[in-house]
Ligand binder design. Structure first.
Ligand code: SF4
Ligand code: SF4
Length: 68
């Protein structure tokens, strides 16, 4: 089972990862990081992440790591 980790302090809340994930496993939440941006979070209960890496590739702030 694959999973991702999002570095909340690097995230600028652009939402690109939420759009590109084919399984819709990433959402923007109400949490705000130290820079004042709303951050993206990965659904911790998700079991259907494929590890496709699309989210990591599109993130302009290199905030996402994918683990397979
Ligand atoms: S690796 Fe693919 S399936 Fe998993 S969260 Fe990222 S975009 Fe979604
Ligand atoms: S693509 Fe990167 S910067 Fe944009 S919301 Fe997702 S994790 Fe944050």
């Amino acid at each position: 089972m694959a999973r991702i980790e999002i570095d909340e302090q690097r995230c600028k809340g652009c939402g690109l990862c939420t759009i590109i994930c084919p399984k819709q496993l990433i959402i923007l939440c109400s949490k705000v990081n130290n820079l004042g941006y709303t951050v993206a979070v990965f659904d911790p209960s998700a079991i259907n992440c494929t590890g496709c890496t699309l989210c990591a590739e599109i993130c302009p702030d290199v905030a996402i790591k994918v683990f397979k």
